[in-house]
Design a protein around this ligand. Structure first.
Ligand SMILES: NC(=O)NCCC(=O)O
Ligand SMILES: [Zn+2]
Ligand SMILES: [Zn+2]
Length: 484
């Protein structure tokens, strides 16, 4: 059976034009005028865009003594409802656990996914086994990204020597390292001091993670990546200090990407001053929300291209889970949700305000990350031969975000009460209509794992450059006799 999307305006990262899109066998098979198909989807007044790709989710993640509450079923249901058609989650080995062992666990979790997905592999400890298994992860399992936590001391954090070793291994394998950039040692010390002073509420979470800890770690990771000869992707860039380091690196020709979150773009640190403990604790995440100046910096980065991708870091905990940290803010599970709201919020606050063009919206929600992760144009494109992961976007459709009618399993929404204008009329996952006018029609288990090859053009170019400019011994003919 074929599906035809009629009367819409196609919006990609670089083009806007009117055409019909014919879909068959899960792929786009024709783009043109007056096409015919079995099932007709009317896109009058709508934009037909590549479905969103969220490269940063934590579904059913074991963290801080509990598990994040959205799993691959509810998480991908939320994703599709908001126009996102692919998520990339993190496989996290526990201490001393092998990478392949951890991957098996994430394979098992992901069988219920409604939409396509991929994994980043986390490097949470270092050994010869990890070094060896990285090759299998890349060459056999189709994962070309490795995540490093510079924070969460005593848990997920890796030290500089481990990070440098892993980055060098990434360079050899043509893989891309990712970093959570916060100075974990300084955070741990600030947490200790704040608690000692009786500062135990959720607002102290933000005090313990000032922009400097992020700026320092971002710059350190950039320099370590440069010395290892590998590109770098910095997740959840939240402040000017980190953005500045990324901007400067890019201006110097370093291959560095920054990823702000929709939460940091649209919510600020006044949330932590809320008199209701639950309200503030529900917004505890790392890095924390920042002030308006930092938000302006992030928006400017998206406009100028110094920041590349908007993600969510969807890691949802219920109010009950957040209350593990009553009396000790360091025990509040870190994380917020956003999978269902990323696209409508970014459209409303980005395109709706004139900060982004519709083409830039497509670039930062889908196409850029598809290229960075090396799954373009299978994903992130409206092209013949691409997967029919599409969103028919109605720029006039409105709603007020509320936990009452969200897909996520948690009991609140950090965007509660925000009015959004711009929502999916249809979301298609590999040609299957999963969302129609707010009604969810997806199929559990429809999602497939997306394999990603190593050695992107950028990784190849950088390794060529590093090889060309590597230190070389100077061959001399007349070496003087030793002075001793
Ligand atoms: N961001 C956050 O607070 N929780 C999820 C884990 C991480 O990405 O650091
Ligand atoms: Zn993180
Ligand atoms: Zn994360």
């Amino acid at each position: 059976m074929s599906t035809i999307i009629k009367n819409g305006t196609i919006v990609t990262a670089d083009l806007t034009y009117k055409a019909d899109v014919l879909v068959e066998g899960g792929k786009i098979v024709e783009i043109g005028q007056g096409l015919l198909g079995d099932e007709v989807l009317d896109a009058s007044g709508c934009f037909v865009m590549p479905g969103g790709i969220d490269p940063h989710t934590h579904l059913e993640m074991p963290f801080m003594g509990t598990y994040s509450s959205d799993d691959f079923e509810s998480g991908t249901r939320a994703a599709l409802s908001g126009g996102t058609t692919m998520v990339v989650d993190f496989a996290l080995p526990s201490p001393e656990q092998g990478l392949l062992d951890a991957l098996q666990m994430w394979d098992n979790k992901s069988t219920r996914a409604h939409c396509d997905y991929s994994f980043h592999m986390a490097i949470t400890w270092w050994s010869e086994q990890v070094f060896d298994e990285m090759e299998t992860v890349v060459r056999e399992r189709g994962i070309n990204t490795f995540k490093h936590f510079m924070a969460y001391k005593g848990a997920l954090m890796v030290n500089d020597d481990e990070m440098y070793a892993s980055f060098k291994r990434c360079a050899e394998l043509g893989a891309l390292p990712l970093v959570h950039a916060e100075n974990g040692d300084v955070v741990a010390e600030l947490q200790r001091k704040l608690m000692e002073e009786g500062n135990d509420g959720p607002e102290a979470h933000a005090f313990s993670r000032p922009p400097q800890v992020e700026g320092e770690a971002t710059n350190r990771a950039i320099m370590i990546a440069d010395m290892a000869g590998v590109p770098l992707y910095v997740v959840h860039t939240s402040c000017e200090e980190a953005h500045e380091a990324i901007r400067r690196a890019r201006m110097q020709g370093k291959r560095v990407y920054g990823e702000p979150l929709i939460q940091h773009l649209t919510l600020d640190d006044s949330e932590y001053a809320h008199p209701d403990w639950d309200h503030a604790a529900r917004r505890v995440m790392s890095p924390p929300f920042r002030n308006k100046q930092h938000q302006d910096s992030l928006w400017a980065g998206l406009q100028s291209g110094s920041l590349s991708v908007v993600a969510t870091d969807h890691c949802a905990f219920t109010t009950e889970q957040k209350r593990y940290g009553v009396g000790d803010f360091t025990k509040i599970p870190n994380g917020t949700g956003g999978l269902e709201d990323r696209m409508p919020m970014l459209w409303t606050y980005g395109v709706g305000t004139g900060r982004l063009t519709p083409n830039e919206f497509v670039a930062v929600t889908s196409t850029n990350i598809a290229k960075i992760l090396n799954c373009y144009p299978k994903k992130g494109a409206v092209l013949v031969g691409a997967d029919a992961d599409l969103v028919v976007w109605d720029p006039e459709k409105e709603k007020v975000i509320s936990a009452e009618n969200q897909q996520s399993e948690i009991d609140y929404n950090v965007f509660e009460g925000k009015k959004v204008k711009g929502l999916p009329r249809y979301t298609l996952t590999r040609g299957r209509v999963a969302v129609e006018d707010g009604a969810f029609k997806g199929q559990e288990g429809h999602g497939e794992f997306v394999k990603r090859e190593p050695s992107t053009p950028v990784a190849k170019a950088l390794s060529t450059w590093k090889e060309l400019t590597a230190p070389r011994k100077v061959e001399r003919s007349g070496i003087p006799a030793s002075g001793v």
